[in-house]
Write a protein that binds this ligand. Structure first.
Ligand SMILES: NC(=O)c1ccc[n+]([C@@H]2O[C@H](COP(=O)([O-])OP(=O)(O)OC[C@H]3O[C@@H](n4cnc5c(N)ncnc54)[C@H](O)[C@@H]3O)[C@@H](O)[C@H]2O)c1
Length: 455
C-alpha cells in the first residue's frame, strides 16, 4: 500500500537545507570522519485574545489545579467556578483563586450556570465519561483529562455526544500540542527516518508519590468527603480514605499504568504517525514492590501490532512502565525506521540517521580482490548522523499550547486534534492492556471502526 508518509531521504534533506533556523555547530571526529552536529531551534508566536472565555474546574486535585493554572496563564480566560467532592479542595480553590469563585460539591449545579463557557474535567477516571456527556449536553465546551474513558465500552457515548452537541471536546494528553511532537510529525512525513517499522516508549519511576502513594489529608472523613456520590456509579462500599485519595490503585476508579501513562505515549505516537491505532494488544506484568493493597501492577509491559494503513506501513510498538526502576525518573518515546530513528519529547526531537559506505578496510579489500569480488559488495555502518531540533528558550510548553489550541477552537468554531475520536483511539489500546492482563490473552481491536474483535 502507498502510505502518506512514504517520502524519501531527499525530501528531508531538501527541507533541511532550506531551513533558516538551522545551524551546524562544531564538528566531531566519528569513525575517522569529520561530522558536523546540526541543531535547529523551534519557536511559536505569542497567543493574543480580545475577550474572555469563562472556565470552570470539576475535580480540583493535583492535575485539575495544574490545568487551571495553565489555562489562566493563556490570555483571555477567566475562572468562575470550581467543583470537588472533598471540601478541602474547595477551600484551597478559594484561597488560590479568590473568595468570589463559586464552589460546589455538585457538578450538575455547576453545569446549570449560564456564565460558564467551558469546563476542565480532572476527576478520577471513572467520572470522565458521565461528566463529559452531561457537560456537552449542558452546552459547555470540554477539556477532559486523559484517559477519555474508564473502560473501552464507555467510548462511543462520548463520541456520539460530541457529534450531537458539536461542542469543542479536547482530551488532556498535552504532548500532542507540543513543538516536539509537531516537529517529529513533520520529520516522519519528510522521510527523515525512512519507513517506520518499530516504536517504543517507557515510563520509569521509583518513589512513593511516583507510585501513587499520595498523602491522605488528616481531615479526610465522611463529613468532608461526598463518598456516596463518588461511588454512586461503581461498587458500593463503606467510606475508605485510601481508596478516595489514592484512587489510581483501585480498578473501580482508576485505569492502572496503561490508562494513566501508556495513553500519553499512544496519543503522541498517533499524532506523529496519524495512526488510528493497533489491531493486536498484549500486556504482561505484575505487582513487584508496592504491595500496599493496590489492585494494579507496578510493572507493566505492552506489545502492539499496528496494521498497514494509508498513513503508515505495518509496525510494532513496545511500551513499558516500571515503578520500581532503580534508574528512575525517565519518560521516553522512540520511533525507528529503515533509515534512522527519532527520540521525541515535548520540547525536542533527536534524529539519528544511519549511513553505510563502502569498506575502507585494507585487509577486506585485499581479500575481496583475491576472491575476485567487487570491493563495494561489503558495506559497513558508520555512527549515525545526529540532528537536534529543540524548543527555543522561553518556550511555554505543550500544556500551554494544548490550552491555546482548545481556546482557539472555541473562539473560531474550529477543531482540535485530540477530539473524542482521537481520544478514544488513544485510550482504547491502553484500556485493552488492562483487559489483556486480566484475561491473560491478546486482545484484538479494529482501530478504524473502534470495535473490539471477538476471537
Ligand atoms: N495530563 C496529564 O499529564 C495528567 C497528569 C496527572 C493526572 N491526569 C489526570 O487527571 C485526572 C485527575 O488526576 P489527579 O492526579 O489530579 O487526581 P486527584 O485525586 O489529585 O484529583 C481528583 C479530584 O477529583 C475529585 N472528584 C472525583 N470525583 C468527582 C466528582 N464526581 N465530582 C467532582 N469532583 C470529583 C476528587 O475529590 C479529587 O479532588 C485523572 O484522570 C488523571 O489521569 C493527567
Amino acid at each position: 500500500m502507498k502510505h502518506q508518509n512514504d517520502n524519501s531521504r531527499r525530501d528531508f534533506l531538501k527541507k533541511l537545507t532550506g531551513s533558516t533556523a538551522a545551524m551546524a555547530i562544531g564538528s566531531a571526529a566519528l569513525a575517522g570522519e569529520q561530522r558536523e552536529k546540526y541543531i535547529e531551534f523551534l519557536s511559536r508566536q505569542r497567543y493574543m485574545a480580545n475577550d474572555n472565555i469563562n472556565i470552570a474546574l470539576i475535580g480540583a486535585g493535583i492535575m485539575g489545579t495544574q490545568d487551571t493554572i495553565t489555562a489562566l496563564s493563556v490570555p483571555g480566560s477567566k475562572l468562575v467556578a470550581v467543583c470537588d467532592l472533598y471540601d478541602g479542595r474547595l477551600k484551597e480553590a478559594k484561597e488560590k483563586w479568590g473568595q468570589d469563585i463559586f464552589t460546589t460539591r455538585s457538578y450538575k449545579e455547576l453545569l446549570n450556570r449560564k456564565d460558564i463557557d467551558a469546563v476542565i474535567i480532572a476527576t478520577s477516571d471513572h467520572w470522565h465519561q458521565q461528566i463529559s456527556i452531561d457537560a456537552m449536553k449542558a452546552g459547555k465546551h470540554v477539556y477532559c483529562e486523559k484517559p477519555m474513558v474508564h473502560s473501552v465500552d464507555e467510548g462511543p457515548a462520548v463520541v456520539a455526544a460530541q457529534k450531537e452537541t458539536k461542542k469543542v471536546f479536547q482530551v488532556g494528553s498535552q504532548g500532542v500540542s507540543s513543538l516536539g511532537n509537531e516537529k517529529a510529525k513533520q520529520l516522519l512525513k519528510d522521510g527523515a527516518i525512512g519507513a517506520l517499522n518499530y516504536a517504543e516508549g517507557f515510563w520509569a519511576r521509583h518513589s512513593p508519590a511516583g507510585a501513587w502513594q499520595y498523602p491522605i489529608p488528616a481531615d479526610g472523613n465522611p463529613s468532608t468527603v461526598d463518598w456516596d456520590t463518588y461511588i454512586s456509579n461503581t461498587t458500593k462500599r463503606p467510606f475508605d480514605a485510601t481508596r478516595f485519595f489514592r484512587w489510581r490503585n483501585y480498578t473501580d476508579y482508576g485505569t492502572g499504568m496503561a490508562g494513566d501513562l501508556f495513553v500519553h505515549l499512544f496519543s503522541s505516537l498517533h499524532f506523529i504517525t496519524e495512526s488510528f491505532g493497533p489491531n493486536k494488544i498484549y500486556a504482561a506484568g505484575g505487582l513487584r514492590y508496592w504491595k500496599d493493597g493496590r489492585e494494579v501492577p507496578d510493572v507493566l509491559l505492552g506489545t502492539f501490532d499496528y496494521p498497514d494503513s494509508q498513513a503508515h506501513p505495518a509496525f510494532n510498538l513496545s511500551l513499558r512502565c516500571n515503578f520500581v526502576d532503580g534508574t528512575s525518573g525517565t519518560t521516553y518515546l522512540k520511533l525507528v525506521g529503515s533509515e534512522g530513528s527519532m527520540d521525541v519529547t515535548w520540547d525536542s526531537v533527536t534524529l539519528k540517521r544511519n549511513k553505510s559506505v563502502d569498506s575502507d578496510d585494507p585487509f577486506m579489500i585485499e581479500q575481496m580482490k583475491r576472491a575476485g569480488k567487487p570491493i563495494t559488495s561489503r558495506k559497513r555502518i558508520l555512527a549515525p548522523e545526529e540532528y537536534t531540533f529543540a524548543a527555543e528558550k522561553g518556550y511555554l510548553g505543550g500544556p500551554y499550547d494544548h490550552f491555546v489550541n482548545f481556546f482557539t477552537a472555541i473562539r473560531n468554531n474550529g477543531k482540535v486534534v485530540e477530539d473524542s475520536v482521537f481520544g478514544y483511539r488513544a485510550a482504547a489500546p491502553a484500556l485493552l492492556c488492562n483487559d489483556s492482563f486480566a484475561k491473560d490473552t491478546a486482545m484484538l481491536w479494529n482501530p478504524e471502526k473502534m470495535q473490539i474483535i471477538k476471537k
